[in-house]
Write a new protein. Structure first.
Length: 138
């Protein structure tokens, strides 16, 4: 049980480092956001967080259900924002590849990629908020 807790906690830390690290490194970029890293980090956070919650429920102490519920809701929003951004980015890149394969000259249109910015900043910003809740809410 102790090994499982340590394993889930390590996975949780890897997920938060992928989310926050990607967000901080690419916060000011206008295009080519690494949504794949946000998506993997958000997935790790959700899966390991649910596992940690289950272990906390199985333990002797009563967990703070309000805190964990708020953190789970924020984690779900982070996951959905990362997923939508990833899927839209993949669709944009597929369309560009199709146009290029058909002989069209495709100019790097940053305005199309800039529409993905709100998803990136929502996922990264809420991941930071979730981290702050974990640290300061006791």
């Amino acid at each position: 049980m102790d090994f499982l807790h340590s394993l889930l906690l390590a996975a949780h830390f890897v997920g938060v480092s992928m989310l926050v690290g990607t967000f901080v490194l690419q916060m000011r970029t206008r295009a080519n956001h690494a949504f794949w890293a946000l998506l993997i980090g958000a997935s790790l956070q959700l899966v390991s967080g649910v596992g940690l919650y289950g272990l906390a429920m199985a333990g002797d102490d009563e967990p703070n259900h309000m805190k964990l519920g708020i953190k789970t809701l924020i984690a779900l929003v982070v996951f959905v924002a990362a997923l939508v951004g990833f899927l839209r980015q993949r669709a944009i890149r597929a369309e560009r590849a199709t146009l290029t394969a058909n002989g069209a000259n495709v100019v790097a249109d940053v305005s199309i990629e800039r529409k993905l910015g709100p998803f990136f900043h929502t996922a990264g910003g809420l991941a930071v908020v979730n981290l702050l809740i974990a640290v300061f809410w006791r």
